[in-house]
Design a protein around this ligand. Structure first.
Ligand code: ADP
Ligand code: ASP
Ligand code: MG
Length: 406
């Protein structure tokens, strides 16, 4: 008998008929003699709705109260799924994160899982109960409800799978696997049958929201094999697993794009030691995750610093920057939402040369200006104007021939 953890995302539980569909899938696997633990997200659109309610009151709501608010979406869907399964004659029991408990640190809105107690789950499974767990949420050591970041139900599922040493962790969503790029943007995108944790990690951090980055990190650390599949059909999905030799055959395996980026620029900062450390220290203290950084040293001992950060953190980031502006002696401070980051990813970049120049040439041919560049061993990212985001993805997908079979 296998222990299977399944996670269903917002669209998969977006209405009662979809919840009934999930219940049928879960019960079919249970009928085959497996132990089932199901992690669910809030119904599609619900988390956004709750966030917008709070933002109508104030642009930067209290973080603890935000988590109290947004975690409620998942409480609704777990109960609805449990009620559906019970009505079909199955034993089912739902749990919020704090009831297990799934403990986290106190970084509200982006909390990290520190432990998961599995005794209640194991006891229920032993009694033939289908266990349903609210994704996205946990509890800190003070008893405050926390959330794990947008898309964080994936992390909950992987954490549960790791804690239970489950045989399989299946992530059910509205696409039937991980594609060479978002299939909703490029219809020619190809499904990738198996992808290395490292590539998936880069994809997730660079905008492929099909899996949440921390879930991939967790899976990699605990060697949890993940399968991404659709809750709408029975197609084979994508296996996220350890690297294998054939994965390096192609230089680029995927293109991603993130439009949820913002940029902050400080101009005319006196060019003295300690500037970057003060600025980025203050941002780190406020839990603002900074991504691409560019510093131009100019004449007359002044410098400009630009950096990107998640769009959702722009207000918070600007507030921190205003706080340090005087200390830094900066002449100007500006925030911009008009940026996107387009990236190419592949383990094969380690052994193929000329990849960067092909990327830059392709963007140049379309008249797309590159504002910032960042690279790692297996990825190259360019920050560009937001209006060119989809065009850049299509062009890069085409140039690196990703529509061709792997
Ligand atoms: P869920 O609500 O089930 O967690 P998400 O919306 O978070 O689903 O993730 C699934 C979406 O990810 C897809 O609908 C697709 O538009 C998007 N996506 C982006 N990049 C990729 C990719 N490379 N492969 C598959 N899906 C992708
Ligand atoms: N409901 C949360 C969100 O929309 C968590 C998730 O769906 O994974 O971000
Ligand atoms: Mg998701």
């Amino acid at each position: 008998m296998a222990v299977i953890v399944q996670k269903y995302g917002g669209t998969s539980v977006g209405a009662l008929d979809r919840i009934a569909n999930v219940a049928r899938r879960v019960s079919a696997r249970k009928d085959q003699g497996n132990d089932l633990v199901v992690v669910v997200s809030a119904m599609a659109g619900e988390t956004d709705r709750l966030i917008n309610l709070a933002k109508e009151i104030t642009p930067i709501p209290n973080e603890r109260e935000m988590d109290m608010l947004v975690s409620t979406g998942e409480q609704v869907s777990i109960a609805l799924l449990a009620i559906t399964l019970e009505s079909m004659g199955y034993k089912a029991k739902s749990y919020c994160g704090w009831q297990l408990p799934l403990t986290t640190d106190s970084a509200f809105g982006a909390a990290r899982v520190t432990n998961i107690a599995t005794d209640k789950i194991s006891e229920d499974l032993a009694n033939g109960v289908i266990v349903i767990i609210a994704g996205f949420q946990g509890v800190d050591e003070n008893g405050s409800i926390t959330t794990l970041g947008r898309g964080g139900s994936d992390t909950s599922a992987v954490a549960v799978a790791a804690g239970l040493k489950a045989d399989l962790c299946e992530i059910y969503t509205d696409v039937d696997g991980v594609y060479t790029t978002d299939p909703n943007i490029v219809p020619e995108a190809k499904k990738i049958p198996s992808i290395a944790y490292e590539e998936m990690l880069e994809m997730a951090s660079l905008g492929a929201k099909v899996l949440y980055i921390r879930a991939v990190e967790f899976a990699m650390r605990h060697k949890v094999p993940l399968i991404v599949r659709s809750s709408f059909n029975d197609n084979e999905g994508t296996l996220v697993t350890e690297e294998s030799s054939d994965m390096e055959n192609k230089s680029v395996r995927a293109v991603t794009c993130s439009t949820k980026e913002a940029k902050i620029t400080f101009s005319g900062i006196p060019d003295v030691p300690g500037t970057a450390s003060q600025l980025f220290g203050a941002l780190a203290e406020a839990n603002v995750i900074v991504d691409v950084i560019i510093q131009n040293s100019s004449e007359e001992g002044k410098t400009d610093i630009s950096f990107t950060l998640p769009l959702a953190d722009l207000d918070k980031g600007l507030e921190v920057c205003r706080g340090v502006r005087e200390i830094l002696g900066a002449e100007k401070l500006a925030g911009s939402k008009d940026v996107a980051k387009v990236s190419i990813i592949g383990l094969g970049m380690r052994s193929h040369s000329g990849v960067a120049s092909r990327m830059f040439a392709a963007l140049a041919r379309e008249g797309i200006n590159i504002e910032m560049i960042s690279t790692s061993e297996i990825k190259i990212s360019c920050v560009i104007q937001k209006k060119y985001a989809e065009l850049a993805v299509r062009v890069l997908h085409d140039v690196f021939e990703l529509e061709k079979p792997l």
